[in-house]
Write a protein that binds this ligand. Structure first.
Ligand code: PLP
Length: 394
């Protein structure tokens, strides 16, 4: 049989995470590929999920999500960012940020519309744009002074008459950049001038380091009215398997996204929603502790990777550190990550798979540090062999 998959999805075979996680299992390697924590979320919040199941909260919640969670999200937005969203009509609970992104693009982009995204990008962006029959316009983030950023002229040049939306991910996976107010102002200026919708992926909003502030794009002038702001409990509370996210946006945008979302999943699982509502109200101190712990893990892994001979871009947020492999004598991250289990017993992700122009990311490899200290230490000890072997003139 010919490939039964629709043509517009054929470029999206199995994800690199499936390949690399299988490789880690097969070779017994340490997996610093996929970004999930190897420790649990706040115990009292986990307990609330169990109570919800035992207490019979097991039937369909309302389409927009349980009022308990929508109210908790609304208060959290107000307290944290001074943003006001009505829990009744301006907040929609989704099955993780992933569904929020897909439903937003499907709801807001006509076939042929263009969507700008910064590359490297989270892998679901290109797939969601393709599903909608829309066209992705990548703008490349490049290293400058130790962090990845964009050229404002390149961003402006990417916007044309068919541009409908821009996807903005900050803190940025996989580059580790937290956009500054200046960078966000450039993006906002373009959105206002060209009347674009901003779809902001803010799943790492609480996980920024060295006091770097997370500034939601919606807080900039004239942006709240055109922004679909997306968050998720997965990264904030170390419960990536709960797949509970939400969007905050003006009523017409929420109504549009909900129209699509209701036929994708109708609603998200009830017990997690109650537990996440509890987390947003009572566990933000736990989240601060998580952030401080992650910052120390970032330092642990960046020091180890630097000692092993990589050029390391120190991330200002997220779970990930970006490295340049050329100082070790390698040029292709995909080839290296496929060999890395044999060379060093470690699995990582070749950053080039997150680009529309893979050649621009050929020499970058992404490592996750959301792992227990002893796992990071063992990985670093193994990776130290790489430089030695390269030095031996292998
Ligand atoms: C993990 C991640 C997501 C997915 O979030 P879920 O809530 O698990 O769907 C979306 N965007 C980025 C940048 C991520 O790293």
């Amino acid at each position: 049989m010919n490939d039964p998959l629709v043509a517009r999805m054929r470029a999206f075979g199995t994800t690199i995470f499936a390949e690399m996680s299988a490789l880690a299992l097969r070779t017994g390697s340490i997996n610093l590929g996929q970004g999930f924590p190897d420790t649990d979320g706040p115990p009292a919040m986990l307990e609330r999920a169990i109570e919800a199941v035992r207490g019979g909260r097991n039937q369909y919640p309302p389409g927009p999500g349980l009022p308990e969670l929508r109210e908790a999200v609304s208060e959290h937005r107000k307290d944290h960012y001074g943003l006001l969203y009505d829990p009744d009509g301006e907040i929609l609970v989704t099955v993780g940020a992933t569904e929020a992104i897909a439903a937003s693009i499907l709801a807001l982009c006509e076939p042929g519309d263009e969507v700008i995204a910064f590359e490297p990008y989270y892998d679901s962006y290109a797939a969601s744009v393709a599903l909608a029959g829309a066209v992705l316009r990548p703008v490349t983030l490049r290293p400058a002074e130790g962090r990845f950023t964009f050229d404002p002229a390149e961003l402006r040049a990417a916007a044309g008459p068919r541009t409908r939306a821009i996807l903005v991910n900050s803190p940025h996976n996989p580059a580790g950049t937290v956009f500054t107010r200046e960078e966000l102002s450039v993006i906002a200026g373009l959105c206002v001038e060209r009347d674009l919708i901003a779809i902001t992926d803010e799943v790492y909003e609480h996980l920024t380091f060295d006091g770097a502030p997370h500034i939601p794009l919606a807080t900039l002038p004239e942006m709240r009215e055109r922004t679909v702001m997306i968050s998720s409990a997965g990264k904030t509370f170390s419960v990536t398997g709960w797949k509970t996210g939400w969007i905050c946006a003006p009523r017409p945008l929420v109504r549009a996204v909900q129209t699509v979302k209701q036929f994708l999943t109708f609603t998200a699982s009830a017990p997690w929603q109650l537990a996440v509502a509890y987390g947003l109200r009572h566990e933000l101190d736990w989240v601060s502790g998580l952030r401080d712990g992650l910052q120390a893990k970032r330092d642990r892994l960046t020091a180890g990777l630097t000692a092993a001979g990589f050029d390391v871009y120190r991330p200002a947020g997220t779970y990930f550190v970006q490295t340049d492999i050329r100082p070790l004598g390698f040029t292709d991250g995909l080839a290296l990550t496929r060999e890395l289990p044999d060379l060093a017993g470690v699995v990582a992700i070749p950053t080039q798979v997150f680009y529309a122009h893979p050649e621009r990311g050929r020499h970058f490899v992404r490592f996750a540090f959301c792992k227990r200290d002893e796992v990071i230490d063992e990985a670093v000890a193994r990776l130290a062999r790489l430089g030695k072997e390269a030095g031996d003139g292998e």
